[in-house]
Design a protein around this ligand. Sequence first.
Ligand SMILES: Cc1cc2nc3c(=O)[nH]c(=O)nc-3n(C[C@H](O)[C@H](O)[C@H](O)COP(=O)(O)OP(=O)(O)OC[C@H]3O[C@@H](n4cnc5c(N)ncnc54)[C@H](O)[C@@H]3O)c2cc1C
Length: 407
Amino acid sequence: MDFEFTQEEKMFRDSLREFLQKEFASIADERDKKGPFSKEEAIDIMKKFKKVGIGLDPESLKMVFAEDPMLFGIFAEEVGRVWVSLLPLFGMSSIPAMFVPLASEETQSRLMPKLERSEFIGCFAETEPEAGCDTSNIKATARLEGDYYIINGTKTWISNGSIADVAFVGAKDSVTNMETFFLVEREVSPFETNELHKIGWKAAPTAEMFFVDCKVSKENELNTMMAKAWSDPKLMETLPISEGMMALFSQMAPFTALMTLPRAAMGLAAIGIAEAAFEASVKYAKERVQFGKPIGKFQLIQEMLYNMNVQIETGRLLGYKAIYAISKGSPEARRLSSMAKVYCGEAAVKVTYDAIQIHGGLGLSDEMPLERYYRDARMMTIPDGTSEIMKLITGYTILGKGFAAYT
Ligand SMILES: Cc1cc2nc3c(=O)[nH]c(=O)nc-3n(C[C@H](O)[C@H](O)[C@H](O)COP(=O)(O)OP(=O)(O)OC[C@H]3O[C@@H](n4cnc5c(N)ncnc54)[C@H](O)[C@@H]3O)c2cc1C
């Protein structure tokens, strides 16, 4: 059993860590308080990320998702350590971005240059006011009229929604009543958005989205795009899908397979937040003197450090084990990524709580990053699958067919 990153993974982590420290560590606290990134700021950030290989063009996406999915986990953990609000910018933009090479020629001609120049912001729009965990209940519809689909529906809690050029929108085909997805460009198929505000991830835009008679080329529908890819091996190669993920497609529904990676990555981002809080706590426990000794000498403080540390170690192992399973196409990928999402998110909440406790009154100050870590950690147990749903998926994968709790 090998617990080490490869040389390439270590180099990726080190350069990313240095970059995040230099570009964002000193501004994260103040900037986060000011609320959601504007489109210009988001593009500026994406251009900076491109310098360390994190881009949305097909080549860059392949590196992070296909050649070595471990890199996405490292990205999530490192971003979590510094400023988790940055995570959805790349993570959620990558979903529509990966389908651009399969879209209509017109869409490609408009969007490929934006991907190359890192001027593309995208979102994945599935959740609706009445369909959160129960995505089978979505109400958005897509009606085929000639060469276009007409989409109607409301989405909510969509990361990047307010600043996205392109949304990957889930809607039910009005004839088949089956859900499918559409690449919707705001410029040619306008939609309205309304910013939502949250207790954490404050700089990450999140929006309600309104699609009213939104006209989209039928070539930009998921099944049509995938059929195009399957019929052309060269096009298939442009997709940032690892061999392991391909193997998962043969074992489970494509969407179920695809969600394994973001869930494991959300877990690792949560662990990143916990690590930052833990490191601050270790430092403070050595420096802060009460009753004539550093507080780190008190057993109750050491117990908190023990609890924090063991949860971080466990969560980190679980997160990377899940990604390892994904990269190998192992049937364990679904169980491990669901478990990682729950365990790491909940661990981050507990670790950041203890970090505040160790810092005493200072921990509650909004001049310290600890309150941001705490608020950001609290966010990690809901998006991309709530803890409850992740537990039910784990239960089902343990017990097998016939034991799905909510179908
Ligand atoms: C910051 C943020 C960003 C997000 N980004 C996106 C995005 O980019 N794209 C997108 O499509 N969505 C996004 N979401 C939506 C997110 O995926 C949903 O919030 C989540 O799926 C839960 O849905 P809900 O909020 O409607 O809660 P509900 O589904 O109403 O659930 C309420 C509670 O009931 C529990 N529950 C529901 N069903 C069951 C069950 N069968 N058994 C036990 N407990 C159950 C839930 O776990 C939860 O505790 C985002 C959400 C947030 C907060």
